[in-house]
Design a protein. Structure first.
Ligand code: NAD
Length: 250
């Protein structure tokens, strides 16, 4: 299993459930941002996360991989990307920074949807701000990790009708909501760590033969595919060209 823990937020799982049930219709757009602020100070040391030989890449592999996985989890495979990467502070106490501080990417999905992905460690005021929005023919959904129990949902044609259309804030903490059977009475909220517990439960259940890792957990193939999307983003940032995502077979 590959530890993409954000799949295990109840709001994310509910979003996936609504897509599977056809409630959102054909997906047109997916845009996700993962923003942090912790290395803005140029005097911050060259830690392992800022070195290519230990971390592989910067914001792309650390933060981008999570939103790439969410894009695949909610929308499907990514066919091609157009991207840029930026290192704002190329030298720090301890040496040269050879990874990206931020990346921006336009993505094309196999299903025909389009979207944008963005991650940065240079966003003043953003602590661990992962947000996404998805727009389909029948509705839209949005999520903000800083409000982890909530899923914003707009469904076209929902009651009470034309004069009061718009997003509603669903608190994903009813007894019938994903994962809730393991926890508290309704409305007694969950945090970041609970998604990790859901993930470990999923992992152990799969080992015990009670469930499969896929489709709700990420397996090695999902980890590999997210890494190939990262590679395509890095290639596009280097070539300045739109790059197809290439998946190799064994
Ligand atoms: N899924 C998520 O949301 C999420 C969030 C944060 C971190 N992570 C991942 O968790 C891992 C750790 O991240 P972190 O933020 O805790 O990093 P960190 O730098 O704060 O901690 C790493 C620890 O590993 C120790 N260490 C390094 N090399 C070691 C070795 N050879 N043997 C034993 N210990 C060693 C270091 O001394 C340090 O205490 C990373 O792979 C990171 O990508 C995942």
């Amino acid at each position: 299993m590959c530890a993409f823990n954000y799949r295990f937020m109840p709001a994310t799982r509910l979003a996936r459930q609504l897509i599977e049930q056809g409630e959102i219709g054909d997906i047109y757009h997916f845009r996700a941002r993962y923003l942090q602020e912790w290395i803005i100070d140029p005097g911050f040391d060259l830690v392992w996360r800022l070195q290519k030989d230990t971390a592989g890449s910067g914001a792309l592999g650390d933060l981008g991989a999570h939103i790439i996985d969410l894009a695949r989890f909610l929308v499907g495979e990514v066919d091609a990307v157009s991207a840029l990467m930026k290192t704002f502070v190329p030298e720090r106490p301890g040496g040269i920074v050879d990874v990206d501080d931020a990346f921006e990417a336009i993505v094309e999905f196999a299903c025909g949807a389009v979207g944008t992905l963005e991650a940065s460690r240079f966003c003043q005021g953003r602590k661990n701000a992962l947000t996404w929005e998805l727009n389909g023919s029948k509705g839209s959904m949005a999520f903000d990790l800083e409000r982890p129990n909530e899923l914003q949902i707009h469904l076209v044609g929902s009651q009470p009708g034309g004069v009061a259309q718009g997003f509603r804030q669903v608190i994903v903490s009813e007894s019938h909501h994903p994962f809730w059977k393991h926890w508290w009475p309704q409305g007694h909220l969950l945090g970041w760590e609970h998604a990790i517990i859901h993930e470990l439960h999923h992992f152990l259940s799969a080992i015990a033969g009670q469930s499969e890792v896929r489709p709700y957990g990420a397996d090695f193939e999902d980890g590999y595919r997210a890494a190939e999307v990262c590679e395509a983003i890095a290639r596009s940032a280097t070539t300045g060209q739109r790059e197809p995502v290439r998946y190799r077979s064994l």
